[in-house]
Design a protein around this ligand. Structure first.
Ligand SMILES: [Fe+2]
Length: 479
C-alpha cells in the first residue's frame, strides 16, 4: 500500500515521521486514521496527528476573575511609533555610524546614571588623568572595553568615556563588590565610585542604570487580561499545530479566564522561516515562506474579533536579521482591524501598562557572559538586560544596524517586559516590573538538544490587569 499516495489523494501531506509510524500499522488502521484526518480538514499531517494521544490535560488555573467577558469592553492601547524602526531605517553601515550609535547609547545611559549619582558631580576620565590627583574620592561614568584578572587576583577594567580612557580596579577583599563586578560584561555602561590611586580608580561601589525602586503597577477596574506567547515556528515539522489550535479554541469558547483575554502579544518567531540555518529544509514541513505566513493568518482569523493582537518578528521571521527589525512585510501578511504588526523591539501601552516587546536575540550572549544565569530561568536573564537598560548590552554578539539613534535602549521604565526566543516559559517580578519569557509551540529541536535546552511547549501566560495576578496555562503538560 502506498501510504503517501493515499494521503495525497485527499490533499494531505505526511511528515517523514508520520509516514514511518504509519508504515508499521495495518492497512485497515491506516485508512481509519486517514478518514478521521479528512474529517478534520488536515493538510499537514505530523506524527502527533497519527499517533494515539496520551491523556492531555489542560491546566486552567483557578482565578479570581469575575464572569464578565472582555468582549464587553472597548480597547485602549497606544503604539509608540517613534520607538519602532519600521519605515525609518536610514543606516548606511559606515564606521562613523557605529561610533555615533555607541555615543548615543553612552549619552542616554549616562543621563540615567547621573540621576542616580546625586551626591556630587561625576568627573570625566580626562579630568582625572590631567589632574594627577591621588587618594581622592571620585565618581565616573564609563563604558567597559576590557575586563581581566591581574596576577594578584584583582579585577582590572579598561574603560572609556567620551574624553579619555582609564582603568578601574576591583579588589577581592570586598567580596560583595567583587561578585557584583563579575557580572560586568564588555560594553557595560556603569557608574563607579572609588578612590584615585596611581592613575586608576579603586572601586567602592558600582552603579547600574537599573530601574527605580518606586515603580508601581496601576491596576485597571475591569476584569481584563493579556495573553503572551511566542515562537510558534509555523512551518517546522516540530510545530504543535494541534496544541496551538487548542489555545485558539479555548479563546473562542471564552470560558473562565479565556473570556477575559482582550489582548494577545506575540514576541516573534511566528514562522520557522526558510534558509535560516544550513539544511533547515530537512526540518520543514512547509518550505514556502508565503505559505507559512498564510497559515499564521488563518490562525489569527479564528481569534475572537474583540481581541487585539500585537505581533513582532523574531530571528526566524522574514525581515532583516540585524536589529532593530522592522515589522513583518505587508506582502507576506496583511490583516486589517485588530492585528497589529510591529517592529522588534516595540513599545505599546495596553490599558495602564507600558509594554516592551522584544524577541530576545541578545539573551543567548547575556546568559553566556553573566555567571549564574542559565537557560532554565530565562526570566533572570531578562532582568539583567533590563538592569542595563539596553536590549543588547554586549556589542557584537548579535548583529545590530547602526541607526542614528539606538532603538535598543530602554529609556522608559516599562511595566511589562515580554520576550521569547529561549523557548522556555518564565515569569518574575523585579522592582514591580513583570518579566515574561514566553515559551513556544515547537518541540525541542536537535540544535536545542545539543545545547541542553529544555523547552516548555504549549504554555501561555495570562496577566490579569485588575488583580495584577499572572498565571501560566499549560496546554501540553510538559509533553
Ligand atoms: Fe524561536
Amino acid at each position: 500500500m502506498d501510504i503517501t499516495k493515499l494521503f495525497l489523494k485527499h490533499n494531505m501531506r505526511l511528515t517523514p515521521e508520520a509516514e514511518e509510524y504509519l508504515r508499521h500499522l495495518s492497512e485497515e488502521k491506516i485508512k481509519e486514521i486517514a478518514l478521521s484526518l479528512i474529517e478534520k480538514n488536515k493538510i499537514f499531517v505530523s506524527l502527533d496527528d497519527v499517533k494515539p494521544k496520551k491523556e492531555k490535560k489542560v491546566v486552567v488555573i483557578r482565578s479570581s476573575f469575575k464572569d464578565v467577558p472582555a468582549r464587553e469592553y472597548s480597547s485602549s492601547f497606544k503604539i509608540y511609533e517613534d520607538k519602532d524602526i519600521t519605515g525609518k531605517s536610514r543606516a548606511s553601515g559606515k564606521f562613523e555610524d557605529f561610533v555615533e550609535l555607541i555615543r548615543d547609547r553612552f549619552r542616554r545611559t549616562s543621563s540615567i546614571l547621573r540621576n542616580k549619582i546625586t551626591n556630587y558631580q561625576t568627573l570625566t576620565l580626562k579630568k582625572i588623568n590631567d589632574s594627577h590627583m591621588e587618594n581622592e574620592k571620585v565618581k565616573v561614568i564609563v563604558i567597559v572595553s576590557n575586563k581581566r584578572m591581574t596576577k594578584k587576583g584583582n579585577m582590572l577594567l579598561d574603560v572609556e568615556d567620551e574624553t579619555d580612557t582609564g582603568r578601574i580596579l576591583i579588589l577581592p577583599s570586598d567580596q560583595r563588590l567583587f561578585n557584583e563586578a563579575n557580572t560586568i560584561t564588555y560594553d557595560a555602561i556603569i557608574g563607579v565610585e572609588g578612590t584615585v590611586y596611581k592613575g586608576m580608580v579603586i572601586a567602592d561601589r558600582i552603579v547600574w542604570p537599573d530601574i527605580p525602586f518606586n515603580h508601581k503597577l496601576k491596576p485597571i477596574d475591569e476584569p481584563m487580561s493579556i495573553m503572551y506567547l511566542s515562537d510558534t515556528h509555523i512551518g517546522s515539522k516540530l510545530f504543535l499545530d494541534n496544541i496551538f489550535q487548542e489555545v485558539i479554541d479555548w479563546l473562542k469558547k471564552g470560558e473562565g479566564i479565556a473570556g477575559n483575554i482582550k489582548y494577545v502579544c506575540f514576541a516573534g518567531d511566528i514562522v520557522d522561516g526558510v534558509g535560516i540555518y544550513p539544511k533547515q529544509e530537512n526540518e520543514l514541513v512547509i518550505k514556502d515562506i508565503y505559505e507559512q505566513y498564510e497559515i499564521f493568518r488563518k490562525y489569527l482569523e479564528q481569534f475572537p474579533d474583540y481581541i487585539e493582537a500585537f505581533v513582532i518578528p523574531g530571528n526566524h521571521d522574514a525581515v532583516r536579521r540585524a536589529q532593530p527589525q522592522p515589522r513583518i512585510p505587508k506582502e507576506l501578511i496583511n490583516m486589517n482591524g485588530n492585528v497589529h504588526f510591529l517592529g522588534d523591539p516595540a513599545w505599546i501601552k495596553i490599558e495602564n501598562f507600558l509594554h516592551l516587546l522584544y524577541h530576545g536575540d541578545a539573551l543567548d550572549s547575556v546568559i553566556a557572559s553573566i555567571p549564574g544565569l542559565d537557560y532554565k530561568q530565562p526570566e533572570r536573564a531578562m532582568v539583567e538586560v533590563v538592569k542595563r537598560r539596553h536590549l543588547s548590552p554586549i556589542y557584537g554578539t548579535n548583529p545590530i544596524v547602526p541607526e542614528k539613534k539606538d532603538y535598543l535602549m530602554i529609556d522608559e521604565v516599562p511595566d511589562i517586559v515580554n520576550m521569547g526566543h529561549l523557548h522556555r516559559n518564565g515569569v518574575t517580578k523585579y522592582r514591580d516590573v513583570y518579566h515574561i519569557c514566553s515559551g513556544t509551540f515547537q518541540l525541542k529541536t536537535e540544535y536545542q538538544a545539543k545545547f541542553g535546552h529544555v523547552p516548555t511547549p504549549g504554555v501561555v501566560t495570562v496577566f490579569d490587569m485588575k488583580s495584577l495576578n499572572i498565571k501560566n496555562v499549560d496546554f501540553y503538560e510538559g509533553g
